[in-house]
Design a protein around this ligand. Sequence first.
Ligand code: SF4
Length: 358
Amino acid sequence: MWTPEQIRAIPQLLLEWYQANARPMPWQENPDPYHLLVAATMLQQTQVETVLPYLERFLQRFPTIRDLAEAGEEEVLRYWAGLGYYNRARNLHRAAQQISRRHNGSVPCRVDALRQLPGIGEYTAGAVVSIACGKPEPALDSNGYRILARLLAFEEDITLSSSRRQLQEACRQILPEHAPGAFNQALMDLGAMVCTVREPRCLVCPLAEQCLAFQQGRQASLPVLPPRQVGEKVQDVCAIIEHHRRWLMRKRTDGRLWHGLWEFPRVRMEEGETLEQAVRRAASTVGAQIDGCETVAVIRHGVMHYSVTLHAVRCHLREHPPEGSDTLRWVSPKEAQRLPLSSPMRRVLGKLMQKREK
Ligand code: SF4
């Protein structure tokens, strides 16, 4: 796969570049396995710049694995709210509980042990053991796969597991035993700063001489990816039910994407249904009869393969209020801000708060 010259040159060139260009990361001073575990989990599907403030807040509140293990799920989700992909938070919480029980509160420095914990895949396990424990394991995120695919002019779809296995193996061959953590981070940084998805900056790339894609002028068409799915357009409605300056919110318990988060009762609009009918249906899911509806926000967002338009409609109760419960609460605006919400619901709440201030 690689020539002997590449096996020698690529890690050396990459590490020299990294020394001069590394992005400062909070774990560089003290690469604690628990901090790495949280950081790598947050970094799955989310950019570094977005992650850093969340990471700081999260580690301030849960400074050790035991603090995280002993916290309630609702609080963990609240500190995750806004990062999206909430299964990551739930899995991290469960992993912390298992580490407390099975590993006496110490994150194991072994890929096989980490992989048995919920939500920990090759990338997260590799990042923890290479950066925090100094073991020679690859930690390939999307940046790493892209760079290796370009260096090798790799012709297969890089999202396939067979391709990933081949690229992992290629990475192992050039991973330096003396600096695996720096090498893995260098790949991530090079992918973020130089070998970017669009318009890679090959003329300033330290690996240009080693890169087949660049030499063949194919850097714009590699890596090979599956055909893009066009997002199906759907319309959702949420009912903001007001009563004595409080809003009725419910907790999702459907085991799906936003399980455990709170929301204004929300439904998907059906074919032929008017906005008003959909709002009444949303309100009826929490046993409320409503009147006097007014749209206060229209939010567009993507989720899974859907392109969603969410209509947030404020309305008043027509009859006596439904009783509160573990999954249904009348909350003040201040209380609503402290609940764990999905990003779209947080945006709806932001619009409501703006309207209250006017
Ligand atoms: S030469 Fe270009 S395509 Fe190749 S690794 Fe560098 S930036 Fe990426």
